[in-house]
Design a binder for this molecule. Sequence first.
Ligand code: HEC
Length: 492
Amino acid sequence: MRRSRNPAARCAVLASLVALSGAAVAAAGGSGAPPAPAAAQAEAAPSEATFNRDVLPILQRSCQRCHRPGTGAPMSLLTFEEARPWARAIKDRVITRQMPPWHLDRSIGEYTADPSLSDAEIATVAQWVDAGAPRGNPADAPPPLDLASLNEWTYGEPDLVVQMKEGFRIPAEGPDFYPSEIVDPGLTEDRYVKWVQIIPEAYCCVHHSHVYVSVPETTEDLEEFRLGMGSNTEEIDLIEYAMGSTGQYYPEGTGRKLPAGGLFRFAPHYHPWGEETIDRQKVGVKFYPPGEVPELIVTAHRIRTGIGHDWKLNREAVEDRLLRAGYDLDLHADRMPAGALIDDNTLNGVALLSIPPHSVVRHERFWPLPQAALVLSFQPHMHFRGKRMLLEAIHLDGRREVLTDVVNYEQTWQIVYPYREPHLFPKGTILHTVSWHDNTANNRHNPDPSGWVGWGGRTMDEMGHGWTDVAFMTDEQYARRLAEREAQANDE
Ligand code: HEC
């Protein structure tokens, strides 16, 4: 595996967008339940751990989804023979919690499909390596994972499968490329998505992939959509794939809307990796029954660092920036000018994100929820200087609650963290993100600590936004859901 030792190649094969979901754990033999409590594991931890009895079950649950033949991971970890030469590296990566990729503070929040290891599991792996990585008794080994099932639909059979018609030839060598292909799924009525998943063919070489949906009205719209220049607000980012991801499942009563006439655009990022191959990826969608509209519709929101829709909280800064950007502002207005709100790019262009050389900086962003809502997931997005991002809720009574703290952010792994129980908030609750960028030489990913960095779309520019999946609701729906939760809590 010489390739894996080349840092450049290694970096490039990183799946940049990982959305592990409930089924990742289920497929690995669990019921979607979190890792066994540390105490139970500690009791069972034998003085001398063996591969078959103690380590293999951990690899099956947390590693093999990625570390198996045909994926972009540097080596397979299915068998003792494959894992043994990597024992030291496994211990290092596991102790530092670099593997499996899951970069948050584990003491905060509960997530579906949490692949991370308990302290006891880490101790077991370390013990095994320290003891010379013994094989142990073959009779102790759990049955192997059903690998075919890992390549298939996680949640059963989809109602709609849309595949690239032509697909793309990925050469053995060459630069990464980002083609796009539009396919018409023939949607004649609005439908609501229960779950959605992308399955690629060329597992080796798909860095990550998106499927976007749009209803272009003119040929210009269509062309913009094809080029990926469509409006952020109109286009639906249906699903992202990256190594290890198992699709997205919306909790009961929630779903995404797929509009009639919507076209699908596959937007993969390919990384040539030694062998010519063809990728004709497909996306599968399970719908709510025809005519059935889920109670709540999920939409994706970016909580950007910089300036945006939080006019009231950042009013002075927003005014200042918009004036400089040439907006004719009525300084006594109680609202931001509508035109400025609509054009996301203008807001980005005047964003406050400013990262001086040789410094670690913190930015924050406040987003008062315009309606009561369920918050389903959090996905921080930054580039090379990204170091940490947290999401907190500032409740109506001023109480602050950290929902997720991604303390070891790694830009190569864009992980979606889905809440086991979505957070339910009344209107006016403020979602607050804080991001830290490390523009010093201590950051090993930093290409140039002497440069000033600001907001921008290129990888060497920076971003700092938190993606959240949100389902808005009325105050009545909120009151009902709150009552249900309280009743449930009292029952327990
Ligand atoms: C979501 C996919 C994924 C999961 C899950 C995952 N890995 Fe990895 N792993 C990768 C990729 C991709 C790389 C190469 C990039 C890197 O080094 O970070 C890697 C790198 C490694 C390396 C370094 C190999 C080298 O070249 O030195 C080790 C060791 C490792 N993983 C072990 C594990 C173990 C043990 C687990 C489970 C406890 C695990 N991984 C879970 C994808 C994954």
